[in-house]
Each structure stands twice: as C-alpha cells, then as structure tokens.
Design a protein around this ligand. Structure first.
Ligand SMILES: [Zn+2]
Length: 567
C-alpha cells in the first residue's frame, strides 16, 4: 500500500473520526503565525494532511454504512460524524481560509500554483455572513422535509405495496395498458403531495432570496454563482446555452419522437411511451455477476489503453476498492469515493446484470482514473475537479468504450446499446436546459406567485418538451419538476452536466480521429486535478471550454449522423 505523506504534522494512526482527536491539531493551525509566504506554504501542507485524515474518516464511515445498511453501529458512527465532526470542520475550515486570504504574505504565493485555491477561498470568505448560518440550516431542513415526503410515497400496484423507484420497471413493459396504469398510479400519488411540495418550495425561495440579500447580492442567482465558484462563465452564458440546446437538439428530439411513435404504432406519444423498447426487444443482459463485470471491464480498459487497464486492475485488491455486487442490506445507487490519506479510490454500485450497471461501471471508473491521476498532488483540495470537468472524465469513458462493447454484447446488441446511449445524450441536454432555465427565472422573479411559476414551467415544457402528448394531464404536466430533487436540495446544480457532456462528446470525436492522442490528452487533463481554472483544464485535455451554439450544433450533427448509423 502506497502512502504519500508529505508532512509529519498528523500522526499516521490518528483516529480522525472523533473531533476531540482532531481539535488539538486544528487549534495549532489556528494559532500559527505567518512570517512569510513560506509559512503559508507549510501551513497548507499540514492542513491538507489533516483535512485528508478527517475526510478519509468520513469516507470510510460512509462506505461502511452504505455497504451494510443493516449494521446499526456503522450507521450510528456515520451519523455521529455528520452531526459532531462535520459542523466543527466547517467552522474551523472557514476560520482557516480567512486566516490565509487575509494574511499580507498571501500575495507572495506563486499565482500559478496557488491561484485557484486562493481565488476560491477569498470568495468563500467574502460572501460569508453570520446571519446566513441559521438560514442555511433552515434550507437544509426544508430539503430534508422534501426528501422525506418523496421517500414516503408508496403505491398499491399489481397486488403489492411498492416504492416509486420500484414502479420504474413497469415503464419498460411492452403492454401499453400496463405502462399507462402504472404511470397514472404513480402520478396520482405524487399529486396528493403537490400542495405540500409547492409550500416547501415557496419557503425555500423566500429563505434563499434573504440569504442573497444578506450577502449584498441583488438576487440569489448571482450569489450562487459565487458560492459555486463559477468564475469562468456567467449567467448570460448559461442563458445562451439554453437557446443553443433549443436550436441544435430539439429537431433531433422531435425526429426521435416521430421514429418512436412509428415503431410503437401509436397515434401520439404519451408520457408512458418513453422508456419502453420501441421494437419489442427484451432488455439487454451484458453480464451475469459482479466478477463477470469486473473481468469484462478489465479487458475493455486493457484494450482501450494498457495504463488505464492497469489502473482499473489495481482496484482489484480483494474488495478494498471495489464493492459492486447487489446484495441484501446494501444502499441503492452507485458512487466513486476517495480515501485521501491512503490516496485510494473506491467504487460502489449494485450490479444486477443490467445495461445501466455497465454504464455506471464505466462512468465511475472514469472518476476513479481521475482520482488516481491527480492523487500525487500535495494539496488535498486539488485532488478532484469542479463538476464541469469531473464529469468529462467519467462521461468520456462511456462513449470511448463503444468499440470495446463486444466484451459484453453481440454486434446487434452493440447497435442497440449505442443508440440508447446517444438517445440519452440528446434527450438529457433539453432537460438540463429546462431545469437550469427554470431556476434562473425563479430567482430573477423573487416575488412570483405559484400561478406564475406554473406558467413559466409550461412555457419551458413547450420549448423543450419534444413531442409528448399531455392532453388530459394538466396537473401532472404542471408539476413534473417536483420529481427533480436538484431545485429543492442543491439549487443551481445541474447545468454542469450539460457543460461536461459537451466536453465528453468532443473527447469522443478526438478519439475517433486519433485514439492514442485522445487518451494522452484525456490523461493530461485529469492529471491537473483542480489546480487550474476550468478553461485550462479543458485545454489541457485538448478540449474547448465552449458551450456556444457553434459547438453544440457541431456536436449534435455528429450525434445525429451516428444515430442514423445505429438505426
Ligand atoms: Zn459522475
């Protein structure tokens, strides 16, 4: 096991899951005097190691809990970390950021090396207001209320009580009446909480407007751009991106809807006609077991590039870095986490043999490559990247993997898998635009009524809805956005996926022209971690940080050609 500890400030065996063990070291950092920029540099190295130890503890506790949700002790340990350690880390972290950015010697630090870090910390310190702390707690609580309402939704269907996620499987059913009945059953259940959810959202909007005002921002959107460290693009760039998506994607979306309608032999496409295979095929089955998935994925990456293959294989270390199999007691979903002290990645998922599982595997492997390529950085804050680029690392792998899908599928099946993936890209971008544009409108119109909000939503559905017939389903159509957790729980977080997708598509085009050069550029970009601003990260990966109409159109033309080839 490699450990790359750059400082002996933090003992190797510290139990960083307890605040009382961390506190004396953070206190030492708070008390430190800076005589020159060299002192700051040493401080950053020491703090990085301490933050890494605390972060790794949190990661380990989270991993233990999600791997076995029935282990009460693991759950209690994680919750105690969240409740007792994380708030302290947040508080002391802010004090330490302030200490650094307000020190006169900070100007002597090398801009090229420390510029991004100091830029981000300066913004955090500038927008912080003591009176916003309770408002943010309130926002988190409202988010939990929303999550609880959604999580408690159950329906009786097909003789059993089922959760909403469990109902998803009926949307694949070839029998249209089953799809419609299950869709209506879920929609009816959701509508019961429509008022309650709108009520929660009203409170959130008022709370967020006040937060922005307290920090001297005219509106919450501008405030959130600073919170999210979006210094390399503006709200106006996002608005132009929405327009570009409308122009470049919607004709393809409408064409795909027509093709789907014809294949299904229906007069209009209803909301329950969107997930089923239109040609009557049974779902694909790319692998049998988690071991099978690992073996085939290893071959896929070895053929793509031996160094990426070796990185993937290094994660086959007896279950320490990969927990892929679906089993009783495991939390749902998939994620990649890092253990920052040992500098090891971890991939969690619930592989059940579905195509979605294969997509998740390749996607999360991209995140793990990113971590392994930048984990050499002394500064823990640079081991990772902003989402706009982090998702380029993962999404690129999904498309670059096309030529190697024969590890999992027959030639006919490959065609189907690629088409499905491309259709997903074309339909996701308009949804990104919808959710992002909706949030822009909400906070630029802070005094809006529910009726005005609904009208705005319907206007966006009109622009980005793409050929679905909602007649007789007005209430359902008006509240579709209630399903999307982001506006509730993580406001303004969504456009990143669209920006990253454009990077990933560029990477795919480069790969088709020159595979070796593309993989080199990919690794080159990932190696920088978060140490450079977004445009430089894209550039290092041979990509343009560009989401204007020209770029979106060029990429969508290629996607459309490719869709036709895989018809
Ligand atoms: Zn991801």
């Amino acid at each position: 096991m490699t450990t790359l500890i750059m400082t002996d400030f933090v003992p190797a065996d510290i139990d960083a899951s307890k605040w009382e063990n961390l506190q004396p070291y953070y206190q030492q950092l708070l008390d430190r005097k800076f005589k020159c920029s060299g002192c700051i540099k040493q401080f950053l190295l020491d703090r990085s190691e301490l933050d890494a130890a605390a972060g790794e503890s949190g990661s380990n506790l989270y991993i233990a809990m999600t791997c076995n949700t029935e282990d009460e002790a693991a759950k209690a340990a994680f919750l105690s970390f969240v409740e007792e350690v994380e708030p302290e880390l947040k508080r002391v972290g802010f004090e330490l950021n302030k200490k650094v950015v307000q020190c006169e010697h900070v100007r002597d630090l090398d801009e090229d090396r420390f510029g991004v870090l100091i830029r981000d910390w300066t913004a955090d310190v500038e927008i912080f207001r003591e009176e916003n702390v309770p408002l943010q707690t309130e926002d988190t609580k409202l988010g939990q209320e929303y999550a609880e309402l959604c999580g408690a939704m159950m329906v009786d269907f097909d003789g059993e009580e089922r959760t909403i996620p469990q109902m998803g499987v009926y949307q694949q059913d070839q029998d249209r009446s089953v799809r419609e009945a299950s869709w209506r059953c879920v929609a009816e259940r959701r509508l019961k909480d429509r008022d309650a959810i709108d009520g929660i959202f009203d409170k959130m909007v008022a709370n967020r407007n006040q937060t922005a005002k307290n920090a001297n921002f005219a509106e919450y959107r501008g405030y959130m751009f600073d919170v999210k460290h979006r210094f390399d693009y503006t709200p106006e760039d996002c608005v132009a991106f929405h327009d570009a998506i409308e122009v470049a994607c919607m004709p393809i979306v409408r064409k795909l809807a027509e093709e789907r309608k014809a294949a299904l032999g229906v007069e209009t496409l209803r909301p329950w006609d969107l997930a089923v295979d239109p040609n009557g095929h049974a779902p694909l089955k790319p692998f049998d077991s988690a071991d099978d998935l690992i073996e085939k994925t290893s071959k896929l990456f070895q053929r793509m590039d031996t160094s990426l293959g070796d990185m993937f294989d290094s994660m086959q270390d007896g279950g320490y870095s990969l927990d892929l199999a679906s089993r009783k007691g495991k939390a749902p979903g998939g994620y990649q986490a890092s253990r920052d002290r040992q500098r090891k990645p971890f991939i969690f998922m619930n592989a059940a043999g579905l195509p979605r599982d294969l997509d998740t595997m390749v996607h999360e492997a991209g995140h793990a490559f990113h971590y392994m390529l930048c984990r050499h950085d002394d500064l823990v804050w640079y081991r990772g990247a902003p989402l706009e680029f982090a998702e380029v690392a993962s999404m690129s792998m999904e498309s670059i993997a096309y030529p190697f899908l024969d590890e999992f599928y027959s030639p006919d099946e490959i065609k189907r898998a690629i088409r499905k993936h491309l259709e997903g890209i074309v339909s996701t971008l308009p949804w990104v635009a919808t959710i992002d544009a909706f949030q822009h409108w909400i906070y630029l119109n802070p005094e809006h009524t529910r009726q005005e909000r609904t009208a705005q939503w319907l206007e966006l559905q009109e622009r980005f809805g793409g050929g679905v017939d909602w007649s007789g389903l007005d209430a359902e159509n008006e509240s579709v956005w209630h399903r999307q957790l982001h506006p509730f729980e993580v406001p303004f977080y969504y456009v990143e996926y669209g920006i990253a997708q454009l990077g990933a598509l560029q990477m795919w085009l480069k790969y088709r022209e020159n595979p070796e050069a593309a993989i080199e550029a990919y690794k080159n970009g990932l190696t920088l971690g978060a140490s450079k601003p977004l445009p430089e990260l894209f550039e290092a990966a041979g990509l343009q940080f560009d989401f204007t109409i020209n770029m979106v159109s060029t990429l969508m033309n290629t996607v459309e050609e490719e869709l036709d080839k895989h018809a």
